[in-house]
Design a binder for this molecule. Structure first.
Ligand SMILES: [Zn+2]
Length: 76
């Protein structure tokens, strides 16, 4: 698709690192599937990926995690 941020690049399937911070916790997900703009580098995630990221971040927060780096797993 055409990148909605810069309006010049085309997005390509790829994987990116996504840092999340919430309530004093920092969690970094690696290898998150995304569409990445070849021009500006902006990454776009579909709804299922976004929902999974938030769910896993909530679970980590509930488990008392303060800082963590993990590989993203879709069916967690
Ligand atoms: Zn772009």
């Amino acid at each position: 698709m055409k990148c909605p941020i810069c309006r010049h690049g085309e997005t390509r399937p790829g994987a990116v690192t996504v840092p999340l911070e919430c309530g004093g916790m920092t969690i970094v997900f690696r290898e998150v599937p995304a569409l990445v703009c070849e021009n500006c580098g902006e990454a776009f995630h579909d709804e299922a990926v976004t929902a999974s990221l938030l769910k896993q971040a909530e679970q980590a927060a509930a488990a008392g995690v303060e800082i963590d780096v993990r590989r993203f797993a879709v069916a967690a």
